[in-house]
Ligand binder design. Structure first.
Ligand SMILES: *Cc1c(COP(=O)(O)O)cnc(C)c1O
Length: 424
C-alpha cells in the first residue's frame, strides 16, 4: 500500500493535507487526529475481501465510539456492534437505525436488554442460558419476538500478544462454553418469544495467526449441523467476530486474502449470511495522538521526555504493554533513546520505555501512531485530566468533532454538600 494517512510534507508531519503543527496551534494538545480517507479505505478493503458472499460488516464501536467516526462509517455502508446501553445510545445518536445494530456483551443488565428490545435491534448476541431466559421473559412482557444469536466460546488456543485480549480459550468469561452451546441453542429454539437467528464467536483481538479462526469455524460448523439436526430451522447468520490484525511497528499487515480463504468457504457451505465485527482494523491506523514535550530529564542513566499526554489519553502501553510508534512532528531529527512519559502521578504512566526514536526537546510536538482504536475510547479523567479533543481530517480540511472537556464538566455531576436522606 503506497498511500498513507500521515506523511511528512516539507519537513512537517501532515494528516492527509493538514499540517499537525498548524493543528496543534489551533486546537492545542493533547489531541486525537483521525484520517477519514484511511477509515474509508479500510472499510472498502474489507468489503472487497468479503464481496463473494452475502455479508454484513458490524463495526465494534468500543474501539472508537466518537459520533463523527460512527457517522463516517455508516456513510460507507458499515453497520455497528454495541456492548452496552451507552453504546446503543451513541449508535442511535450517530444515526444508526435499529436494524443496523447488533447488541452484544458478556454482562448485559435487564434494563439494557429491555432497551435493546424496545429499540428493535437486529440481533442480541447472548452469552449464557440465563440470559436467553431473561430475554425470553422480557420479550414476552413486550409481546415481541427477540432475534438472538448465541456467542459460543469455541475454546481454541489463540496467539495474541497479550493475555488480556484473548477471549476464546477454555475458561474465558466470554461466550457460552462449547459443550453447553447445543443445549442452549435448542432451549432458545423452544422458546416462543425468542428466534435463534445466529451462531457466532469472537476469539480475541489482534490475532496474528489465522489458524484459530479456522479451528473456531470448524467448531461452529459442527454446532450448526447438530442444531439443524435437532430441528433448528431459523438460522440466518454466522458471526465470526472481530480480531483482524493491525501492524503497530511496521509488521506485515493482515493477510486479507488468507482471511478470505479461511472464512468464505465456511459461510458458503453453511448457506448463512456472514457477519464480521471488526473494531481495530477499521480505525486504528487512521488515528494518531498528538502531544507536546514539556520537560526533558536525565535520571538513573536514562533520558526522559515528560509530555502533556500519557495513560489518561492512551492506556494501551501501560495496560497491555502495547507498542505505539512515536515520532517527532518535525522531520530529520537525530536519534536518541528515551522513556516517553506522561504527567500523571503513576510510575505506570508511560507511552514508551527505552525507545530508540527521534530526539526531542521541550516545546516539540510528538505523534503517537496507530492510536485510532482503543485510544480515546479508553481515556479517563484520572488526576482530573480533561479528556482530549478529537479532530477529523478530510483532504485539506479539518473539523473538531469532540471538543476538549472543560473543567466545569469535570465536576458537573457532583455536589460538595450531600443531600442526606434518612434510611428506611
Ligand atoms: C472487541 C470486540 C470486537 C472487535 O475486536 P477488534 O479486535 O477490535 O476487531 C468484535 N466483537 C466483539 C464481541 C468484541 O468484544
Amino acid at each position: 500500500m503506497t498511500w498513507a494517512p500521515f506523511t511528512w510534507v516539507g519537513g512537517v508531519l501532515h494528516a492527509e493535507g493538514v499540517s499537525l503543527e498548524q493543528l496543534a496551534e489551533d486546537v492545542g494538545t493533547p489531541v486525537y487526529v483521525y484520517s477519514t480517507e484511511m477509515i474509508r479505505r479500510q472499510a472498502a478493503r474489507l468489503r472487497e475481501t468479503l464481496a463473494s458472499v452475502p455479508h454484513r460488516i458490524h463495526y465494534a464501536c468500543k474501539a472508537n465510539g466518537s459520533l463523527a467516526v460512527l457517522s463516517l462509517l455508516r456513510s460507507v455502508g458499515v453497520r455497528v456492534d454495541v456492548v452496552s446501553g451507552g453504546e446503543l445510545y451513541r449508535a442511535r445518536q450517530a444515526g444508526f437505525t435499529p436494524d443496523e445494530i447488533i447488541f452484544g456483551g458478556v454482562g448485559k443488565s435487564a434494563e439494557e436488554l429491555g432497551d435493546a428490545l424496545d429499540a428493535g435491534v437486529s440481533l442480541i448476541s447472548v452469552e449464557s442460558l440465563e440470559e436467553v431466559e431473561l430475554i425470553s421473559r422480557l420479550a414476552a412482557a413486550r409481546n415481541v419476538v427477540a432475534r438472538i444469536g448465541i456467542r459460543v466460546n469455541p475454546e481454541v488456543s489463540v496467539e495474541s500478544f497479550h493475555e488480556y485480549i484473548k477471549t476464546g480459550e477454555k475458561g474465558d468469561k466470554f461466550g457460552v462454553p462449547y459443550d453447553q452451546a447445543e443445549k442452549v441453542g435448542l432451549r432458545a429454539h423452544a422458546l416462543p418469544h425468542v428466534r435463534l437467528c445466529a451462531i457466532g464467536m469472537h476469539i480475541g483481538s489482534q490475532l496474528s495467526q489465522l489458524a484459530p479462526y479456522g479451528h473456531g469455524l470448524e467448531r461452529l460448523e459442527a454446532l450448526i449441523a447438530s442444531l439443524r439436526a435437532g430441528g433448528v430451522d431459523t438460522l440466518t447468520h454466522v458471526d465470526i467476530g472481530g480480531g483482524l490484525y493491525v501492524p503497530y511497528n511496521g509488521e506485515a499487515p493482515a493477510d486479507l486474502s488468507a482471511y478470505a480463504d479461511t472464512v468464505l468457504p465456511v459461510a458458503k457451505r453453511l448457506g448463512l449470511e456472514l457477519i464480521v465485527e471488526p473494531g481495530r482494523f477499521l480505525v486504528a491506523e487512521a488515528g494518531l495522538l498528538l502531544g507536546r514535550v514539556l520537560y526533558r530529564k536525565h535520571a538513573g542513566g536514562r533520558d526522559i521526555l515528560v509530555t502533556d499526554t500519557g495513560m489518561t489519553e492512551l492506556l494501551r502501553p501501560s495496560h497491555y504493554d502495547a507498542y505505539h510508534r512515536i515520532a517527532s512532528v518535525r522531520d530529520g531529527r537525530p536519534q536518541g533513546r528515551f522513556d516517553v512519559v506522561g504527567p500523571i502521578c503513576e510510575s505506570g504512566d508511560f507511552l514508551a520505555l527505552d525507545r530508540e526514536m527521534d530526539d526531542a526537546s521541550p516545546g516539540d510536538l510528538i505523534a503517537v501512531f496507530t492510536a485510532g482504536a482503543y485510544g480515546n475510547a479508553m481515556a479517563s479523567n484520572y488526576n482530573a485530566r480533561q479528556r482530549p479533543a478529537e479532530v477529523l481530517v478530510d483532504g485539506s480540511r479539518w473539523a473538531v468533532v469532540t471538543r476538549r472537556e472543560s473543567y466545569a464538566e469535570l465536576v458537573q455531576r457532583e455536589v460538595s454538600t450531600p443531600d442526606w436522606r434518612a434510611s428506611a
